[in-house]
Design a protein around this ligand. Structure first.
Ligand SMILES: C[S@@+](CC[C@H](N)C(=O)[O-])C[C@H]1O[C@@H](n2cnc3c(N)ncnc32)[C@H](O)[C@@H]1O
Length: 379
């Protein structure tokens, strides 16, 4: 792969997160070309995908555009994909996985498009290099993404491979864990920079507190991973990647200057959160405690208190939670002066029980559920 080749880079994210992803991308010095609900586009060199993969906290995948073309049938897809110089990109002894999103009335099954694109790539490499790469569903090697909408198609190299949300530290998930990238976007929406206190009662498996520790340390989340799609391509620049990692390690601070406190009423939840934080290398930076949220210590000072309570997706549960939401409001009023209080929830009826007026309501999605992050200014 020509590392200086310049083209569009589509950085994907979960629905609703793109404003925060856009801020991150701009802060890395890139100019945003366009943005939509689940992605942001920049135009840059292929080599810049290394830094995007290393630094971005709220992205899913970093996709480098290889070809954009008119495509009217599976045979058309095959011949146009076959004309691409795959032998310069994919080593013949590698493994490729093709992922497709097809919205074309003539194609009923996107697996068929997958198959045709995969055939074109491996047939081309067989012809030029004398050997066919392996292929299948495993995304730990080379991943190619196809988007095909009506008569237009785009082929991207997925330089991330597996999703960047899978940082690798969450070994013990509990029920309803928050995705790592969502937790990071919630912290960004809460204005958390690491230079203020962070209190996370109801921490569950600890995702919000762990992401906060990474932000407070200024530690690139990509340092936690050792495998990316781009590493499997021809002409991967190992030295450049090692230098980027070294710089990122040097930039990371040794210790956050402000406390991060995470509590939960369930002992197994706190144990899981501690284990996850240990895997991430930040367990010594978070004060964990098993306790009811009402007994969470809120140190003097200022910062954010972030709750992600259950929101009763099943019938009958919401009624039981009404009292909890009321008590979260009481907790804010009684113990959190000078802090900003936040509740992340998918149930806006329960929010009415909090008894405080929110100053902001920021839309998010947890999977398919529309959620809000509500901000309360507490004086
Ligand atoms: C939706 S989960 C939080 C998930 C978390 N954000 C994560 O990433 O894993 C809600 C948590 O609130 C905790 N919880 C419920 N009632 C509580 C209470 N009264 N005091 C403290 N924690 C409580 C539960 O044990 C559960 O872990």
């Amino acid at each position: 792969m020509d590392l200086n080749y310049t083209n569009n880079i589509l950085i994907t994210c979960a629905r609703g997160i793109s404003p925060f992803l856009e801020d991150e991308i701009k802060s890395l010095g890139f100019t945003v070309e366009s943005s939509h609900d689940t992605g942001v586009v920049v135009r840059s060199k292929f080599i810049d995908t290394y830094r995007l993969n290393l630094e971005l906290r709220t992205a899913f995948n970093v996709l480098f555009l290889l070809k954009e073309f008119r495509c009217v049938s599976p045979d058309d897809l095959y011949s146009k994909a076959y004309s691409m110089q795959w032998e310069n990109i994919v080593p013949e002894d590698e493994y490729i996985s093709v992922v497709s999103q097809v919205s074309n009335p003539k194609i009923k099954n996107s697996m068929f498009a997958n198959q045709r694109l995969k055939d074109a790539i491996v047939d081309r490499i067989l012809k030029k290099a004398g050997r066919r790469p392996d292929s299948g569903p495993d995304r730990r090697n080379i991943v190619i993404n196809l988007y095909w909408k009506n008569d237009k198609a785009w082929i991207y190299l997925n330089t991330s491979g597996t999703k960047l949300a899978d940082r690798g530290y969450r070994k013990i998930p509990l029920e309803a864990p928050m995705q790592e990238t969502l937790a990071s976007a919630v912290l960004s929406a809460a204005g958390y920079t690491g230079k203020e206190n962070l209190i996370n009662p109801m921490c569950g498996s600890g995702t919000i507190a762990i992401e906060a520790a990474l932000i407070a340390l200024n530690k690139a989340p990509g340092l936690l991973r050792s495998n990316y799609g781009f590493m499997h391509l021809k002409d991967h620049d190992k030295t450049y990647w090692q230098d980027l990692r070294k710089n990122a390690l040097q930039k990371a601070e040794k210790k956050p200057r402000h406390p991060i406190i995470a509590t939960d009423i369930r002992k197994d939840a706190v144990n899981a959160a501690i284990k996850n934080a240990k895997t991430c290398g930040v367990d010594h930076l978070i004060d964990f405690k098993v306790c009811d949220f009402r007994n969470t210590d809120v140190p003097k000072g200022a910062g954010a208190v972030i709750f992600n309570p259950e929101y009763g997706a099943r019938m009958g549960e919401a009624e039981k939670l009404a009292e909890t939401y009321k008590e979260i409001g009481d907790f804010f009023k009684q113990k959190c002066q000078n802090y900003s209080g936040f509740i992340f929830t998918g149930n806006l009826d329960l929010v009415k029980k909090v008894g405080l007026r929110s100053s902001r309501r920021i839309p998010f999605y947890a999977g398919d559920i529309e959620c809000r992050l509500l901000k309360y200014d507490i004086y």
